[in-house]
Each structure stands twice: as C-alpha cells, then as structure tokens.
Design a protein around this ligand. Structure first.
Ligand code: FES
Length: 124
C-alpha cells in the first residue's frame, strides 16, 4: 500500500530523517541528542517508523529501528549509501537494508519509494 510520508524537500542530500506513519499521514521525528532517548525517548511510539535517506538526490526508505538494540536510524549519519547507527555504530546499506558492519546481525527492511509531484510515497 502506497503511503505519502514526506515531501522531497524534507530530507536534504546526504542526510537521513525518520518519519512516523500515522493513520492520517506521517510526521517527521526529531533527532535525539541524548543517547538514552534514542531508544526510549519522548515521542517514540510503537507505530511504524521509516527512515528516509537521500543519496545524491535519490530517496531510499528503510525501517527506522536498528536491529541491534532498537535505536532510531534517523539519528544516524549517512555516508554515501550507508547509514551508521548513532548508538553502537552498526552500518546498513540504505538501498537494500543489508548489514554492512555490526554489531547488528540482521538487516532492516527496505521499502520501494515512489516520487510524484514532490511527494515521497513508500510502498509499505
Ligand atoms: S542499536 Fe544500533 S548499533 Fe546498537
């Protein structure tokens, strides 16, 4: 099911940003500056959260929850097509969700992205 979760301008090239999917649309999630809050912080819900990554103008969508200990990958840093988790340094390929470097062992799910009229749609 295609869901519109952002505008193309919401994620600058070379950056990642988390979005929480809600019944009515989606909302950008702010980055946590305090490490503990990256997993249990205010606003963290059990709803679906997607991280969008902008790799040189192309957007990719992956699950926001790191498979190591659940930190938000939206708090991470993007290096070309690899996002590094801010908590313990696991790296994931944003184009596929594959683990590039541990400690995470399992991939994150990736989702097809469609862009239409400046809106980013993710096939959930
Ligand atoms: S929670 Fe992401 S590397 Fe540990």
């Amino acid at each position: 099911m295609l869901r519109t979760i952002a505008r193309t301008t919401d994620v600058a090239p070379g950056h990642v940003r988390a979005f929480e999917i809600r019944e009515q649309g989606a909302k950008a999630v702010g980055k946590s500056r305090i490490p503990l809050l990256r997993t249990i912080g205010p606003g963290r819900s059990r709803g679906t959260r997607i991280t969008l990554a902008n790799v040189a103008g192309t957007l990719f969508a992956i699950d926001d929850t790191c498979t190591h200990r659940g930190c938000s990958l939206g708090d991470g840093k993007l290096d070309e097509s690899t996002v590094q988790c801010a908590c313990h340094g696991s790296r994931f390929d944003v184009t596929s969700g594959a683990v590039v470097r541990g400690p995470a062992e399992d991939p994150v799910r990736s989702y097809p992205v469609h862009v239409a009229n400046g809106e980013v749609q993710v096939d959930l």
